[in-house]
Design a protein. Structure first.
Length: 700
């Protein structure tokens, strides 16, 4: 049976496939007088086939029991009627074909019903792991470095042209009249090492982008990007990041391109994008979707009791580039996040506001973790960042001292972890300059004395191609001062190709970086082109990532050996060698679900008429949630794309899709436990159970 052929079959070919390969199901439908007969017959059929396991029986039972029921789909907030098996019944039974129902629905069901005939496609670990990994290039490979040197030369010449034509004479990046081309080149080469130069020279239009990419963008892409320009979508590419992109097809850079070039669905939807995370919608005086009461102004976002996100009113509301599947595209659309760097300088009122935001953290009984993000936390200037970190330090100290006068069991959670969320290690690693390192070092040294123990740069490398010698140098500088680096990526189509995520984990581990989350793309229409189904993430977890898994005991052992040590790279690599594992599976594959948070606990309950799976999710029971979330039992999410369409996409990228054959059978999954290294350190006292800043009932 050739999957590659089946995903391109037309309706009649699919129908005859059912007849040949699934005779019991086909004759059951053919001989049933009604859908009700069919569903009763199907229940009997799965009972008779004693070789079917309980999970499979329960999958089919769910498809039967949800058929004709309506569910509330959380991301679109629509009521959806599930008619999966009714569509199948009508398709097989009737001569006339209802072409409004996608054939991808029947293809998915075909694979799901194969086990009825003992025709199983096995799930197995990728034993040929090396073959899969070795096909992916790293930015540290010599041939890739050579290509990038060529790119850099080409881009520097274009930058010289750009500076010469610049009308803005206030810019500090100017040439004196007397300079020769060679002297200008040397000057730009020196400026290249300074991140401010890249921000100042950022490329902001499709035509300029094409020019800087050696006119390698097709007419189709250019037409699409022109539409984006007309819709005022922001464009922001640093010369450094563009130098990573391949312009002569000498290596596969799809993971880079597809992450920064906008798809037609994204452009079409831009202007009407909704917030995926409902808890990000903050209305004054009202609790958010997770029940948290938050200060006005939208600077604090919160989903869980222990942690809150701080988004400052600074340049931190910008990024080093716009990721095409940005989780905050909604905020770029409203210009709350933007690339007008000069307008984002903090206003005088910011200091006062920062003070009152700190009061929120100080007076909260449960928060122990602050994630400073944006946008991008490191887009803020050093002085601004130092000011924020100093405020956090003073607040944490006050919170620590206030506990002295509280009874045991009444004490508030003290700040234990401070994180800075930044993708600049990938977009613009020059940002990690000596002054920033000094600020981070000083903050850590004094904060350790008041009980903060974990200092983390939470970064985002999407592909090993982003790990360049410059990024490596920045990683080394950060690790040397005792800050940790964790990585989270967006599991889009490009990086979902077999072995890609393993290669990234390996490269990160070799530098001392710990993978933290592999996030599925959020399922809104704007992400259609880049969406990779949840079952692919589950497949990756079980067939690829599994090769880097260690026991809970070993994880605790590793945690102990890492505690307080700056040489994480050496400790980690010794550990991998000793355990003889190719990488550390420290990240969790999850979807960020509106309102209920990160989870991978799901089961398939239906397939829409467009072939997308409908999943019933539960929240991650291994972590603390707001009491509201604990009361929510199930959440329903309709995926964005059918599995057949995803496989056709992989096929167009020249993937051997027979290697993905078991994808259909990832119909349920459990959220992984949080890796030991990422657990919060404990207290030597008991904190209060009282939850503050929380409102039990959400007003209508
Ligand atoms: S760096 Fe983060 S916030 Fe900025 S565009 Fe990318 S995903 Fe969005």
């Amino acid at each position: 049976m050739n999957i590659k052929n089946i995903i391109y079959y037309d309706y009649l070919e699919i129908k005859s496939l059912y007849k040949i390969e699934l005779p019991s199901l086909f004759s059951l439908i053919a001989n049933s007088n009604s859908y009700s007969d069919f569903s009763t017959g199907l229940q009997t059929l799965i009972k008779e086939k004693d070789y079917l396991d309980s999970k499979y029986r329960s999958l089919i039972s769910e498809l039967i029991s949800y058929n004709s029921k309506s569910i509330y789909e959380l991301s679109s907030q629509e009521k959806i009627k599930i008619e999966t098996l009714s569509y199948l019944y009508n398709f097989i039974k009737n001569e006339d074909i209802d072409r409004s129902v996608s054939k991808d629905l029947y293809i998915d069901l075909f694979f799901l019903f194969l086990p009825l005939e003992k025709k199983l496609i096995h799930k197995e670990k990728s034993l040929k792991l090396d073959t899969f990994i070795n096909r992916w290039d790293s930015g540290l490979d010599e041939n890739i470095q050579d290509k990038r040197e060529e790119n850099k030369k080409r881009i520097i010449n274009l930058l010289i042209e750009k500076i010469e034509k610049r009308k803005d004479l206030s810019s500090k990046y100017q040439f004196e009249d007397s300079l020769s081309h060679n002297e200008k080149y040397i000057k730009v080469e020196k400026w290249w090492e300074n991140y401010r130069f890249h921000l100042s020279m950022a490329i902001k239009s499709p035509n300029e982008l094409n020019k800087f990419l050696g006119f390698s963008l097709s007419k189709e892409i250019m037409d699409t990007l022109s539409l984006a320009k007309k819709k005022n979508m922001p464009f922001f590419y640093t010369p450094y990041y563009l130098s990573l992109i391949c312009v002569d097809n000498s290596f596969d850079d799809y993971s880079l391109r597809s992450y920064v070039l906008y798809s037609s669905e994204l452009i079409e939807t831009y202007g009407n994008i909704k917030a995926w995370e409902r808890e990000d919608i903050i209305e004054e005086g009202k609790p958010n979707a997770a029940g948290w009461l938050l200060p006005e102004g939208g600077n604090i976002h919160r989903r869980y009791p222990e942690v809150a996100i701080l988004i400052p009113d600074t340049r931190g509301r910008a990024c080093g580039g716009l990721c095409a599947s940005c989780q905050r595209m909604y905020d770029f659309q409203s210009s709350r996040l933007n690339f007008n760097l000069s307008n984002l300088a903090p206003k005088e009122s910011w200091d006062k506001k920062l003070h009152s935001l700190m009061n929120y953290f100080e007076n909260d009984t449960q928060i122990r973790d602050i994630l400073l993000t944006g946008g991008d936390a490191l887009m803020s200037k050093n002085k601004t960042l130092k000011n924020i970190l100093d405020s956090i330090y003073r607040m944490a100290k006050r919170k620590h001292l206030a506990n002295i006068n509280r009874e045991d069991g009444e004490k508030y959670a003290e700040i234990k972890r401070v994180r800075l969320g930044s993708r600049l290690l990938a977009y613009l690693p020059m940002r990690i300059d000596d002054e920033l390192i000094e600020i981070l070092k000083e903050f850590r040294e004094k904060s350790l004395k008041i009980g903060i123990e974990q200092f983390v740069i939470q970064t985002h490398f999407q592909t090993p191609l982003e790990i360049t010698p410059k990024a490596k140098e920045s990683i080394e500088k950060i690790l040397a001062i005792g800050w940790r680096i964790t990585n989270q990526l967006v599991y889009n189509v490009a990086v979902s190709r077999k072995g890609h995520n393993i290669k990234l984990r390996q490269e990160l581990n070799s530098l001392g970086v710990l993978p933290y989350y592999t996030f599925s793309v959020k399922g809104f229409k704007e992400n259609y082109a880049v969406y990779s189904p949840i079952s692919r993430s589950a497949q990756e977890k079980n067939e690829e990532k599994v090769l880097g898994q260690i026991s809970q005991e070993k994880s605790i052992q590793l945690l102990k050996s890492l505690r307080g040590k700056p040489n994480i790279k050496e400790i980690l690599n010794d550990f991998l060698n000793k355990e003889n594992i190719p990488f550390l599976a420290s990240d969790r594959n999850v979807l960020n679900i509106p309102a209920i948070g990160k989870s991978m606990t799901f089961r398939v309950i239906g397939i829409s008429k467009y072939g997308q799976r409908i999943l019933e999710f539960e929240h991650d029971s291994t972590r603390n949630h707001s009491p509201i979330i604990d009361d929510i039992k199930h959440v329903y999410i309709r995926e964005n794309k059918s599995i057949a369409e995803y496989l056709r996409q992989l096929d167009s990228l020249k993937e051997d899709i027979s290697q993905y054959a078991s994808i259909w059978y990832y119909t349920e999954e459990e959220t992984e436990k949080c890796f030991g290294v990422f657990q919060y350190p404990g207290y030597n006292f008991n904190t209060t159970k009282r939850i503050s800043n929380f409102q039990e009932t959400i007003p209508n």
